[in-house]
Write a protein that binds this ligand. Structure first.
Ligand code: C2E
Ligand code: MG
Ligand code: MG
Ligand code: MG
Length: 288
């Protein structure tokens, strides 16, 4: 009897696996088509200085406008793209679209683009990025590439040589989600980062958790001693904003300042003349 039940469970499990595999295959072929047929789209999230609240630039965040399933977040399809070999074309699509968009801006704001660790398997990554910049007509100094700690861990020598070439071109490099991975302080020092982005897991808890506040202060100290700027991710409340201002964090990004949205929503900030303060406690305003 136990055996029969075991067989039955096994059958049900196998059927569920088949269904999941079929669903995955379908999503995979959908994604291949999406990249070719421009179903991907970018949302942009503002990054501002903590003290002056001046617009520094935007982070480009990819979304998939699926014809049947609606807007799919990157947490669903970026890992899929990484598993099925589509991350290279996806990554290039994002970079090309973001650079083209930034090239139309009348102020020299930064555009930050996320790179998958797998893109570092391409030894000619720096050359590919340069070709995309040239094609878009965007200066390399306007581009910031966001990478995670796993890039360093996978193949440190190759990553370092690619990052040095990117830096030599004038591109800046940010370490994303800092504090959630495993890299040591020594590796952080060995890498030519311009910025450290403190993960929102810590930023989001500076009010309630003394440990989170300690970690945020420690990362700010680290950034200062290594000569790297520090960006706080996921700032959602005025209290968090005040904490970061008091602690002299360089830049902030989060729902409090602005959610990721289509670039049209930010037109008046991007094309404003001179110094444009985009954020106050009342929300985004144009105080040029
Ligand atoms: P990330 O690079 O750390 O991006 C920040 C994520 O936090 C974004 O989620 C953003 O919408 C969200 N966020 C920003 N401010 C707040 C806040 O105040 N509160 C909360 N709760 N969330 C906030 P999103 O757009 O869903 O992206 C998730 C992740 O997907 C990104 O994390 C990045 O790792 C990856 N990703 C997004 N676009 C790309 C891309 O073009 N290429 C690659 N390789 N990865 C991407
Ligand atoms: Mg990022
Ligand atoms: Mg992040
Ligand atoms: Mg992340």
């Amino acid at each position: 009897r136990a055996k029969a039940e075991g067989r039955n469970t096994h059958r049900i499990f196998a059927a569920a696996m088949d269904a999941a595999a079929a669903e995955r295959r379908e999503l995979e072929s959908d994604l291949r088509r999406a990249i070719e047929e421009n179903e991907l789209t970018l949302h942009y999230q503002p990054q501002v200085t903590t003290g002056g609240r001046d617009l520094v630039g935007f982070e480009a965040l990819v979304r998939w406008q699926h014809p049947a399933r609606g807007l799919i977040p990157p947490s669903t399809f970026v890992p899929l793209a990484e598993e099925c070999g589509l991350i290279m074309p996806l990554g290039e699509w994002v970079l090309r679209a973001a650079c083209r968009e930034a090239a139309t801006w009348t102020r020299p704001l930064k555009i930050a683009v996320n790179l998958s660790p797998l893109q570092f398997q391409q030894a000619d990554l720096a050359e590919r990025v340069l070709a995309i910049l040239a094609e878009a007509g965007l200066s390399p100094t306007r581009l910031e590439l966001e990478i995670t700690e796993s890039v360093i861990i996978n193949d440190m020598e190759r990553a370092l040589s690619i990052l040095r070439r990117l830096k030599a071109l004038g591109i800046s490099i940010a370490m994303d989600d800092f504090g959630t991975g495993y890299s040591s302080l020594a590796t952080l020092q060995a890498f030519p980062f311009d910025k450290i982005k403190i993960d929102r897991a810590f930023v989001g808890h500076v009010e309630g958790s003394p440990q989170a506040a300690v970690i945020v202060r420690a990362v700010l100290g680290l950034g200062r001693s290594l000569g790297m700027g520090v960006v706080a991710e996921g700032v959602e409340t005025p209290h968090q904003m005040r904490f970061l201002t008091d602690e002299s964090c360089d830049e902030v990004q989060g729902y409090l300042v602005g959610k990721p949205q289509p670039i049209e929503r930010f037109t008046r900030y991007i094309h404003g003349a001179g110094r444009t303060i985009v954020w106050s406690e009342e929300g985004m305003t144009n105080a040029a």
